[in-house]
Design a protein around this ligand. Structure first.
Ligand SMILES: [Cu+2]
Ligand SMILES: [Zn+2]
Length: 188
């Protein structure tokens, strides 16, 4: 992304009073959570991911840069809201409130924090949104607030235990409530 297009995106955030999502609901009216991803030591990966509750599902909106072109990366919610370690090992294991096995978010057996993979475009950037059935924003044991989001150096094979063999942690961010309902408009 060029600097001018970045400024345009930032401008949009503040100038669009109530962006309509594709389903017609106003995303700012829904409970929302957000994380700012910072690269682990030596990693240029960074970004912002928002989570918006939509009925029984959670819309995940990911804007991440710094990957190699056309590469695929596992993304998970991890149990500890702690990205302080240089390799983000402090984030702990996958968030797993139901004591399940690791898997794809679309199959029955998966960790509550399993978000599958994101794929970077030719510029190494990810602009995507998708829905998951997990992602409560409350204070119960299934709440993602106070957990962390981790993107990995490698692809999640969606099968290997306990973490999909997704490799090193490329970036990490603590998930917090999003009282300002801030989000990026979906690109593309
Ligand atoms: Cu992970
Ligand atoms: Zn998992």
């Amino acid at each position: 992304m060029t600097i001018s297009s970045k400024l345009a995106v930032i401008g949009l955030i503040f100038l669009m009073p109530a962006c309509q999502s594709r389903t017609g609901a106003t995303i700012y009216d829904e409970p929302s959570a957000i994380t700012v991803l910072a690269g682990t030591e030596g990693s240029p990966v960074r970004g912002m991911v928002t989570f918006v509750r939509k009925g029984g599902a959670t819309l995940v909106i990911a804007n991440i840069t710094g990957f190699k072109p056309n590469s695929t990366h596992g993304m998970h919610i991890h149990e500890n809201g702690d990205c302080s370690a240089r390799d983000a090992s402090s984030a702990g294991a996958h968030f797993n409130p139901t004591s399940s096995e690791h898997g794809a978010p679309t199959v029955a057996k998966h960790h509550g924090g399993d978000l599958g993979n994101v794929t970077a475009d030719s510029k190494g950037e990810v602009y995507t949104s998708f829905e998951i059935t997990d992602g409560a924003f409350g204070t119960g044991p299934d709440s993602i607030i106070g957990r962390s989001l981790v993107v990995h150096a490698d692809k999640d094979d969606l099968t290997s235990q306990p973490g999909g063999n997704a490799g090193a942690r490329a970036a990490c961010g603590v998930i917090t409530r999003n009282p300002d309902r801030m989000t990026y408009p979906k690109a593309g």
